[in-house]
Design a binder for this molecule. Structure first.
Ligand code: SF4
Length: 605
């Protein structure tokens, strides 16, 4: 079998056993990789109703067939588990170099089950695998942990996926960090590692991934890389300004959520844009493994020194979402979030929820404590003070660590939580891109933009421009296509930013050349559809009530945009959702039919 090793590592932290398992090509052809592998094992082996922070939850670290190859952006891995934030599936991926290194070590995936009674880390050096005590690392930040591991192992080239104090303290939106500032951020996957007392997975590999036909693969890769280099976004805007190139574009289009989605444009957007960050703080770009795009930023702040990021979502979540304008404070806050190991989108969303609860008088200064900075829009003090408190679960930080939904519930203001399925929304107001709103509402992991990115057709014109306020059949079908395509790109082990420049046929070409298979584009999209449905199946078994939970916050459905190009618009979800269910081949109440399960070969699960 090419592009895979056919090997999975299974680690039980309760009894300390480590086993090697194998899979065959039939399995690879059905599930492809990352999200496919992850959801298969979760459905097959785990009761979806388990408490996400109990030893019964499993956590997987998975690669795809293109991870560790020279395919553009082929360095991604995925962390898959039941989310403590949403109670549904979490599949958070990350770039950097960890995924490729895991593949070089000869493993396609790791399944971690059970829980240790003391801190441990897993050390993988090719075939040699051992659990080691990590008591001395507990409490250390991301960078401190990585440095200590390099020192202890005596190898600067190890790669680690690890948690900071936020994960250890079970912050519901804790991330898994790798390569210092890369994060598998969403859904609280870091808290699941924390609940298992697993501080890190350390990898060092020395193998090369074998592809079916090296010459052909190299020429296909060159062709796709050239396409990306010649694309104005993948080869222009992203390398030049990072993902923050979007700040001005999205703000001008009237989709830049401000003050917890009360407004859709931010008057200071220009000052926190990619252009401003490049002019003031950028030192250089930092690409992930095998990436010709290189959206990663290395910045230098006079007060902090050198750091990485922030990217578009983090600038917004820690900026406009909270009415905060000062870019230097945002960069510093992003640095802290990375060091403590938490998802910046949910962090910013939770703070913005607190801001509005405070504004509406539901949350009072006495709840925060005399010394604590008040949650006033634009108060930068809030950022640095509460990030530390959240990570340590100290004072009011303990409540914030539960995420925006639970916080809003505690203070009787659930309508001020801007999220889906208890997960905070990202940086696009869907009242200005209604298909994107349908994508949010139906996303398997809750409020999320990256598992379908309708901003591409609705705003940026990829693969072609669609009217953001059209809600016809074509739009609904495009949402489904984007969801399935993203599942395919993820499963292959690539970064979704390749969709600027590449289309479904390009992914087919690369996977076929690597594996030696002869799949059509439709065959691959079917894999994407299978993964999407399998994840949905997990959620339904975990207790998802589609008609109540495939929805958006009331504000986005009922409060028209106040100003800008989308003035007067809401998301007409009620007109799109029935069509979405129908085109997915599901029942009218959002359940998967027996026929669909059979068609996708999911009846065995
Ligand atoms: S586009 Fe950006 S996030 Fe994606 S692989 Fe390249 S550097 Fe990493």
């Amino acid at each position: 079998m090419f592009a895979y090793w056919g090997k999975i590592l299974r680690v039980n932290l309760t009894d300390g056993t480590i086993k090697e398992e194998t899979f065959d090509e039939k399995f690879a052809k059905k599930w492809l990789g990352t999200r496919g592998f992850g959801i298969y094992f979760l459905l097959k082996e785990m009761d979806p109703t388990v408490d996400p922070l109990s030893p019964e939850n499993k956590i997987l670290y998975t690669t795809g067939p293109l991870t560790g190859t020279t395919a553009p952006t082929g360095g991604r891995y995925m962390v898959i588990t039941k989310s403590p934030l949403t109670g549904y599936i979490a599949m958070a991926n990350s770039g950097g170099f960890f995924g490729a290194e895991l593949k070089f070590a000869g493993w396609d995936a790791i399944i971690v089950e059970g829980a240790s009674d003391h801190p441990v880390y897993l050390y993988i050096n090719d075939e040699s695998v051992e659990l080691r005590d990590a008591s001395h690392l507990w409490g250390k930040t991301s960078t401190e942990t990585e440095e200590a591991l390099k020192e202890e192992i005596g190898d600067k080239r190890i790669r680690a996926a690890l948690i900071g104090p936020a994960g250890e303290n079970l912050v519901k939106f804790a991330a898994v960090m790798n390569d210092e500032h890369r994060a598998a951020g969403r859904g609280g996957v870091g808290a699941v590692m924390g609940s298992k007392k697993l501080k890190a997975i350390v990898v060092r590999g020395h193998k090369r991934v074998e592809v079916a036909d090296r010459a052909k693969f190299t020429s296909v890769v060159k062709e796709k890389t050239d396409k990306l280099r010649n694309d104005p976004v993948a080869g222009g805007g992203l390398p030049k300004y990072g993902t923050a190139v979007l700040v001005n574009i999205i703000n001008q289009n009237g989709l830049y959520p401000t003050k917890n989605f009360q407004y859709s444009q931010f008057e200071y957007a220009e000052e926190q844009s990619g252009e401003a960050m490049t002019a003031k703080y950028l030192i250089r770009n930092k690409p992930c493994y095998a990436c010709p795009i290189g959206c990663g930023r290395v910045n230098k702040l006079p007060t902090l020194g050198i750091t990485e990021g922030p990217e578009y979502e983090s600038i917004w979540a820690l900026g406009a979402h909270n009415g905060i304008n000062d870019l230097a404070s945002i960069i510093h806050a992003n640095h802290m979030a990375d060091e403590y190991g938490m998802d910046t989108i949910s962090l910013g969303g939770t703070l913005a929820t607190a801001m509005e609860l405070y504004e509406k008088g539901l949350l009072k200064q006495e709840d925060l404590g005399e010394e604590a900075p008040p949650f006033r829009w634009g108060n930068t003090e809030v950022l640095h003070y509460y990030i530390e408190k959240i990570a340590k679960r100290e004072g009011f930080g303990d409540k914030l660590a539960e995420g925006g939904y639970r916080l809003a519930e505690m203070y009787n203001g659930v309508e001020y939580f801007m999220g889906v399925k208890k997960q905070e929304l990202p940086a696009y107001d869907p009242r200005g891109a209604e298909g994107h709103g349908l994508g949010y509402a139906t996303n398997n992991r809750g409020g999320c933009h990256i598992k379908q990115y309708m901003i591409s057709p609705e705003i940026l014109g990829y693969p072609y421009k669609m009217d953001p306020h059209d809600i016809g059949d074509e739009k609904v079908k495009m949402v489904i296509l984007f969801q399935d395509l993203t599942a395919l790109i993820d499963a292959a082990g690539l970064c979704v930013f390749t969709t600027f420049g590449l289309g479904a046929d390009d992914y087919r070409d690369m996977i076929n050349a690597a594996t030696g298979w002869d799949f059509s584009t439709e065959d691959y999209l079917k894999i994407g559809e299978r993964i999407w449905n399998a994840e949905r199946l997990f959620n339904l078994r975990a207790g998802l009530d589609p008609l109540k939970e495939d929805t958006l916050p009331k504000r986005l459905l009922e409060e028209p945009v106040r100003n800008g190009p989308n003035k007067g618009h809401v998301v007409r979800l009620h007109l799109m959702l029935p069509k979405y269910y129908k085109f997915r081949g599901w029942t009218e109440d959002g359940k998967i039919t027996g026929e669909k399960l059979k068609e996708l070969g999911l009846e065995e699960l």
